[in-house]
Design a protein around this ligand. Structure first.
Ligand SMILES: [Zn+2]
Length: 261
């Protein structure tokens, strides 16, 4: 909500997209209404389960089918802009069609196969970062998830075979625990006081929010996060360290792959 400058009451409701994937990581289909058609190849919905890239997790691929036999658009790339999820579509919308689309109902579907790969790799990275944090007190400087691999950069000064073997066996121990993974929200003040919750430096945290989302691997680790995750660590399958790279004095990259299943 936007407050008037003198603080007197609410003057307008801010247009936001409800991010359905934050509370249901397994939602594959959803119904929504088109709020805006900001360009000839993008749409904004009032709610979406299609993940817009962020936190190292890539955008979902998805389809948006317009009601009453309207077109079926494909989206490969989505982003978050001012509280809205903007879905880029692969076709062009004419100016006439743009105004007609606003207010229309859509049926959204996500490419579940691709999303599930992102989820398994994302949860795997949380286990990796938890192990490295607990064993070596190292924080994260960057990371990226792909459908077939994922990587994190750590503030580690030294990397050797012994450390890597320890990390690999620890991450697989957490996988085999088949621990529950759950998401919940806590107040920003509380989050800032619990430095174990954020693995990036505190000044990279989003500003101006009154609550932050936590993803917890029950019995192991909890971190601030906006991504989508598997419900049980056993869904990840065996994790293997596939590559390491020296990115500088206190910066070491670890890449992982998952056994197919
Ligand atoms: Zn994450």
């Amino acid at each position: 909500m936007i407050k008037s400058p003198d603080g007197e009451g609410v003057i307008t409701k801010q247009i936001m997209t409800e991010l359905l994937f934050l509370n249901d990581h397994y939602m594959k289909e959803f119904d929504a209404t088109i709020l805006e058609v900001p360009s000839v190849n993008s749409l904004v919905l009032d709610r979406t389960a299609i993940y817009p890239r962020g936190g190292g997790q890539p955008s979902d691929r998805g389809w948006l089918e317009i009601e009453d036999g309207g077109p079926r658009f494909e989206t490969l790339e989505s982003s978050k802009e001012n509280g809205k999820a903007v879905h880029q579509i692969t076709s062009q919308i004419s100016d006439l069609e743009r105004s007609r689309l606003v207010g229309k109902k859509v049926r959204g579907t996500i490419d579940w196969d691709l999303r599930y790969k992102h989820m398994r790799h994302h949860t795997a990275l949380h286990i990796l970062s938890g192990v490295v944090y607990h064993q070596f007190q190292s924080r994260i400087t960057g990371g990226q998830i792909y459908p077939d691999r994922a990587r994190l950069d750590f503030t580690l000064s030294e990397m050797n075979r012994e450390k890597l073997d320890l990390i690999e066996s620890e991450v697989n121990r957490i996988v085999s625990m088949n621990a529950d993974v759950r998401a919940f929200w806590i107040g920003t003040e509380e989050a800032l006081q619990r430095s174990e919750l954020y693995r990036l430096s505190a000044d990279l945290l989003p500003k101006g929010l009154d609550k932050l989302r936590i993803v917890e691997i029950v019995g192991f680790d909890a971190q601030l996060d906006g991504g989508t995750h598997v419900a049980k660590t056993g869904e990840i399958g065996k994790i293997r360290i596939s590559k390491t790279e020296n990115k500088g004095k206190d910066n070491k990259r670890i890449e992982i792959v998952l056994d197919q299943h």
